[in-house]
Design a protein around this ligand. Structure first.
Ligand SMILES: [Fe+2]
Ligand SMILES: [Fe+2]
Length: 325
C-alpha cells in the first residue's frame, strides 16, 4: 500500500476526504480480489416455483393461510426481519454513496455491492411468496412502513466509523442469515440463506481489510472509531415495525443474541485485526482501546447471564411440553 504523500504521525488528524483518497488504492485491490472470488449465482434456482400458485384478489386464487408452509414459526419471524432489512437497500446505497462517492474504485465498489445486495431481497421474497411462508399482505405493508421510514446511518458523520460499522454489520448479517436457514425447517431455505450468507461474508472481508488498512494509516482515529461502533452497535433493521418483539424471539431461539454477537461477530473481526494488540498508540487511541476492552468484558458477562436465562426458559418450555404430552 502506498501512503507516501501522507505524513503518518501521532498528531496527524485525518479528515474523511484525505482518508478516502489515501485508501482508494486499497479499495481497488480489494475490489479486484472480491471480483475474483465472488462466484455468480442465480437466485431463481433456489425458489421452488412448482409450489407457487395464484393468490386471492385480482386472480381469484387461494388466500394465504398459516398452515400452507413448512417453515417454522421462528424461521418465519427471522426471514421477515432479514428480508425487510435487505429491502431497505435504497437507503443503504444512499448512505454509502454519499460517504464513499460514486467515482473511481470507491464508486465501482458501491455499485457492485448494491447489485449483490439487491439479489438478496429478490431471492428471499420469491422464496417466501412461492412457498407461502408468510402473509403476503402483511409483508407488503411492513415493507412499505419500513422503507417509508428510510435508514439513517448512526455513523454518517465519520468515514472510519462507517467502515468499522459495515465490517461488523456484514458479519452480523451473515450469521443472521445462516442461523435463520438452520432454524427454518426447510432444507431449500437453508441452502438459499447459505448462499446469501456467503455473499455477506465476502462483503465483510472487503470492509475488514479496508479497516485493517485504516488502522495502519490512522491508528488512533481508527481505534476510536472501532470502539465507538462496537459500543453503540445496532442492527440495521432496528427501525422496522415490531423489531423489538421479533429480536427477542430471534435471541431466545438462538438465531442472533448477545452470545452470538460477542463470539461470532465482534470477536472474529477484532481478533483478525489484532485490535486489542495494537501498540504504540497515542492517548486517544490508547483510551479507546481500554474502553473497548472494558466494554467487551462487560458484554461477555452480560451474554453469560443471557445464556443462563435462555437455558432456564427453554427448560421450562420443555417441561411444560412434556407435561402436556
Ligand atoms: Fe444482504
Ligand atoms: Fe452484504
Amino acid at each position: 500500500m502506498t501512503i507516501a504523500p501522507m505524513q503518518r504521525t501521532a498528531t496527524t488528524a485525518w479528515t474523511d476526504a484525505r482518508l478516502i483518497l489515501a485508501l482508494e488504492e486499497v479499495v481497488e485491490t480489494e475490489l479486484n480480489r472480491h471480483l475474483k472470488v465472488a462466484k455468480e449465482w442465480m437466485p431463481h434456482e433456489f425458489v421452488p416455483w412448482s409450489q407457487g400458485r395464484d393468490f386471492d384478489g385480482v386472480l381469484g386464487g387461494e388466500a394465504w393461510s398459516l398452515e400452507q408452509s413448512k417453515v417454522t414459526p421462528l424461521g418465519r419471524i427471522s426471514l421477515v426481519v432479514n428480508l425487510l432489512t435487505e429491502d431497505n437497500l435504497p437507503s443503504y446505497h444512499h448512505e454509502i454513496a454519499t460517504m464513499f462517492g460514486r467515482e473511481g474504485a470507491w464508486g465501482a465498489w458501491v455499485h457492485r455491492w448494491t447489485a449483490e445486495e439487491g439479489r438478496h431481497g429478490i431471492a428471499i421474497r420469491d422464496y417466501l411468496l412461492a412457498t407461502r411462508a408468510v402473509d403476503p399482505v402483511e409483508l407488503e405493508r411492513a415493507r412499505m412502513a419500513h422503507m417509508s421510514e428510510g435508514f439513517e446511518s448512526d455513523n454518517a458523520h465519520s468515514m472510519l466509523q462507517s467502515v468499522a460499522y459495515v465490517a461488523f454489520q456484514e458479519l452480523a448479517t451473515r450469521i443472521a442469515h445462516r442461523n435463520t436457514g438452520h432454524h427454518s425447517g426447510d432444507p431449500l431455505c437453508d441452502q438459499l440463506l447459505a448462499k446469501i450468507a456467503n455473499d455477506e461474508n465476502l462483503h465483510m472481508v472487503f470492509y475488514r481489510n479496508l479497516l485493517k488498512a485504516a488502522l495502519e494509516l490512522a491508528p488512533d482515529q481508527a481505534m476510536r472509531a472501532i470502539a465507538d461502533v462496537v459500543i453503540n452497535f445496532r442492527m440495521p433493521g432496528h427501525g422496522m415495525p415490531g423489531f423489538e418483539r421479533s429480536a427477542a424471539q430471534i435471541a431466545i431461539g438462538g438465531i442472533y443474541n448477545l452470545r452470538i454477537h460477542h463470539d461470532d461477530v465482534l470477536q472474529p473481526v477484532l481478533r483478525h485485526l489484532k485490535v486489542m494488540e495494537v501498540s504504540g498508540l497515542g492517548p486517544v487511541g490508547q483510551h479507546a482501546q481500554d474502553e473497548l476492552g472494558a466494554f467487551l468484558a462487560g458484554l461477555d458477562a452480560q451474554a453469560t447471564r443471557f445464556d443462563e436465562r435462555q437455558a432456564a426458559l427453554l427448560a421450562r418450555r420443555a417441561a411444560a411440553a412434556a407435561a402436556r404430552a
